[in-house]
Design a protein around this ligand. Structure first.
Ligand code: 13P
Length: 250
């Protein structure tokens, strides 16, 4: 069966000490009904939180970004090798905030995925449509294009190592969640697209997370959808109690 995952994307929130306390709280809380929890933390927090998360198999460490080059004169960037040595296991690629605010296009995302996978990092590949696309009803075509541009050049082996996160942009940070039916419809669409390209064995084994205003009040209903394998949670992952409640929604 597929991994049921509660991932928290802290974005540019928490100081190092606040982040360490939150990570410690998750470890001390112990096992939830999720198969795993993942925390996507700021670069500055990684090495310290890696120490907090060592020698346990409940909470895993992710970076929110990585450089699109391996090393060299790229002031301000952080490479896949640096993340790996800091103890990182997962990395987000293609988050809508990176795509829109930092102009990351598909060619950049493909380079990041290659570098991350070469370094042994597992990629959480994010996609999702903006509001005007949802209103026009063309979200499936837009998401299909994001799959084709972002990951369909990968081998079956490499694609099977990905986690997909569907995050409709109109639901991120807006309090406006996709309905369980909207989430299920898109997740089923993504899985059928993966099946067409890579076959049912791979498509059925890949975890597809939903992101966009997930909170304890809606997580159970969303996660109970057959093609929703968990959540990528922003705001509600910053409070220990609410993230634990979400991670106990499976
Ligand atoms: P919110 O849960 O704050 O809407 O953020 C979702 C998100 O972008 C997670 O990556």
């Amino acid at each position: 069966m597929r991994d049921q995952i509660a991932a928290g994307n802290w974005k540019m929130n928490t100081t190092i000490s606040e982040g360490v306390a939150l990570a410690k709280g998750l470890v001390d809380n112990g096992k939830t009904t999720a198969d795993k929890m993942i925390v996507c933390v700021p670069f500055t927090h990684l090495a310290k939180i890696s120490d907090v998360l060592s020698s346990q198999l409940t909470v895993f460490l992710a970076a929110q970004n990585l450089a699109s080059e391996a090393s060299g004169a790229y002031t301000g960037e952080v490479s896949a090798a640096m993340l790996k040595e800091a103890g990182v296991q997962y990395v987000l690629v293609g988050h809508s905030e990176r795509r829109t605010l930092y102009a990351e296009d598909a060619s950049i995302l493909r380079k990041k995925i290659a570098l991350a996978q070469d370094a042994g990092l597992k990629v959480i590949f994010c996609l999702g449509e903006p509001l005007e696309v949802r209103e026009a009803g063309t979200q499936n075509a837009v998401v299909q294009q994001q799959l084709e541009d972002g990951i369909y050049h990968l081998s079956a082996e490499d694609v099977s190592k990905l986690i997909i996160a569907y995050e409709p942009i109109w639901a991120i940070g807006t309090g406006k969640t996709a309905s369980p039916e909207q989430a299920q419809d898109m997740h089923a669409y993504i899985r059928s697209s993966l099946e067409t390209k890579y076959g049912s064995q791979i498509a059925n084994a890949m975890s597809i997370l939903y992101g966009g205003s997930v909170k304890p009040a809606n997580s159970k209903e969303i996660f109970s959808q057959p093609d929703v394998d968990g959540g990528l949670v922003g705001g509600a992952s910053l409070k220990l109690d609410s993230f634990v409640a979400i991670a106990n929604s499976f």
